[in-house]
Design a protein around this ligand. Structure first.
Ligand code: DQA
Length: 143
């Protein structure tokens, strides 16, 4: 049975390509998913992709689909800055987690530089755009 990785994008990331392109770029979520799928394929993994604008849906998805996977790559979007429920969920799953942000959260508004979910992650990749997701997958491959 082939290995599987879980890749989750949070609120507003469905708007990639249209949303503040000067910050998030002009490529869409579909383009991002293709990049992730190509990298996962290179590593010999299946990938469970999910995006939602709803905290509870993300938690439900993770509880259902993360167990048995090699790990989680997650861009929680703004949930990073306040969702203790998502933090608790990631902790409870006890899998390697890499948190990714497309933009550099430390170079923007002050409220963005604090991530409560990052405490549940092995590491955070911020500001490297799509490449951040590929690097996160590579990290998980080395675990
Ligand atoms: C983001 C950064 C967050 O502060 C923001 O709320 C997002 C996207 C990023 O990928 O840079 O929705 O996670």
């Amino acid at each position: 049975m082939s290995k599987r990785v879980v890749v989750v994008n949070g609120p507003n990331l469905n708007l990639l390509g249209k949303r503040e392109p000067e910050i998030y770029g002009t490529r869409s979520l579909d383009d991002l998913n293709k990049t992730v799928e190509a990298k996962a394929k290179e590593l010999g993994w299946d990938v469970s992709l999910f995006q939602s604008n709803h905290e509870g849906e993300i938690i439900d998805f993770l509880q259902q689909h993360a167990p048995g996977s090699v790990g989680i790559v997650i861009n929680p979007g703004a949930l990073s800055h306040y969702s203790l429920a998502l933090y608790d969920c990631l902790q409870a799953l006890a899998l390697p987690v890499v948190e990714v942000h497309l933009s550099n959260i430390h170079a923007r508004e002050e409220f963005r530089s604090r991530s409560v979910t990052a405490r549940a992650a092995r590491g955070v990749i911020t500001g490297l755009g799509f490449v951040g997701y590929e690097l996160a997958l590579e990290y998980l491959a080395g675990q």
